[in-house]
Ligand binder design. Structure first.
Ligand SMILES: *Cc1c(COP(=O)(O)O)cnc(C)c1O
Length: 366
């Protein structure tokens, strides 16, 4: 018997969430973001569920190769572009679009052009998203260096269209104390003055909160998986959870008042109580910092985690579910228990929980 922990991936929910993004910005094209193994959901299911997307965007070159093997023939955008000059080989062979975000990358492309290597197997010219640092201060050319970078790329015969791109630090917050979207938009507009071309600005947060930034190409990620960024809940945005993490009780203990549960005896029972042990721990991707009180469903009834999360197990309070026994179904997150709510208890975000789903957890397609 395999361990009872299962991540059920709902491809109809993925499909539905993509249609929600499209409905929010009907005139924009969509890069469905599938980095980090489609936020833990798997590239194979993403390729099918996101077949209505205009392209898929990710970071990992092995992931891009896998998308082609899985039969994705539409555009693929590498969100961090090339990490070194040899990355041009998969770019050309797989026909990838790339982000260019620094001058070293421009130099690599110029060298490749000179040595005759800037030729895509598809026969098309290389499509580039040229990224501006408008205030996020991670990747991108500064606004005053942007035009010169654009000119260097436009001068290369192997380069086709250049999409103007930036990324927001606070698109998911209504009133951030620093670096609001409007400030980044001003810098972006100033840096792009006189340039023509399509633009790509919006992640999930901007897709939902900033219609003025929808531009030509959206880049939604978390919302496609039914999570929220910054504000919520996801259900109010018409989004459906796509990952359901469930398991079973593998032990039930009746303990006396004063008994403690688990490592470090972090939880001490104040009265006699029943404790359920769930086959799910931090080695499955459950957050180790989830404290006593983090919500868990047992047989669909809400209860709480008690004590410290261990590698392969957690303990839950069975007082609200007297009929629970070995084999009772447990929901860690998914339908009835939003991943963002669990994440909040663990002082993290739904993104991290999705991405941390461990390879040892069986994935089942709904
Ligand atoms: C990850 C990523 C996104 C998607 O962000 P979400 O908050 O998940 O919507 C968009 N653009 C870039 C450049 C990214 O790296």
């Amino acid at each position: 018997m395999p361990r009872p922990i299962v991540a059920t991936i709902d491809s109809a929910a993925l499909r539905h969430n993509l249609s929600r993004a499209k409905a929010m910005a009907p005139n924009a094209r969509i890069w469905a973001v599938v980095k980090a193994n489609a936020y833990g959901h798997g590239l194979a299911v993403a390729v099918q569920a996101f077949d209505a997307a205009d392209g898929l965007a990710l970071i990992e070159f092995d992931g891009a190769a896998k998308l082609r093997t899985l039969g994705w023939h539409k555009p693929i955008l590498m969100l961090e572009g090339m990490f070194d000059p040899t990355d041009l080989i998969p770019v050309c062979e797989l026909g990838l679009d790339i982000v260019v975000h620094n001058e070293a990358q421009i130099g690599w492309l110029e060298q490749a052009q000179q040595s005759g290597q800037l030729v895509l197997a598809t026969g098309r010219k290389l499509s580039i998203h040229l990224k501006m640092n408008s205030g996020m201060n991670r990747l991108g050319l500064m606004p005053d260096a942007y035009q010169a970078a654009h000119a260097r790329l436009a001068a290369l015969p192997g380069v086709g269209q250049i999409v103007l791109m930036t990324h927001f630090a606070n698109a998911d917050q209504a009133a951030p104390p620093v670096m609001p979207v409007a400030q980044q938009m001003q810098r972006f507009a100033a840096g792009c003055a006189g340039l023509t071309g399509l633009t790509s600005l919006a992640n999930s947060g901007a897709t939902q909160l900033h219609a003025e930034c929808h531009a030509d190409w959206l880049r939604p990620g978390i919302m496609l998986y039914g999570g929220v960024s910054g504000h919520g809940p996801a259900s109010e945005l018409g989004l459906l959870p796509a990952m359901h993490l469930s398991s079973e009780l593998i032990s039930v203990q009746q303990i006396a008042a004063g008994e403690s549960v688990g490592y470090a005896s972090r939880f001490v029972a104040s009265a006699p109580m029943r404790i359920g042990i769930v086959a799910c721990g931090y080695a499955d991707g459950y957050p180790r910092h989830a404290p006593t009180g983090t919500p868990v469903l047992v047989d669909g009834v809400r209860t709480r985690l008690v004590g410290q999360v261990s590698m392969d197990m957690i303990a839950v309070d069975l007082e609200p579910i007297p009929e629970a026994q070995i084999g009772s179904r447990v929901t860690l997150w998914g339908a009835g228990l939003p991943i963002d709510e669990v994440a909040q208890h663990a002082n993290t975000i739904g993104y991290e929980l999705m991405c941390a789903l461990a390879p040892r957890v069986r994935q089942v397609l709904l």
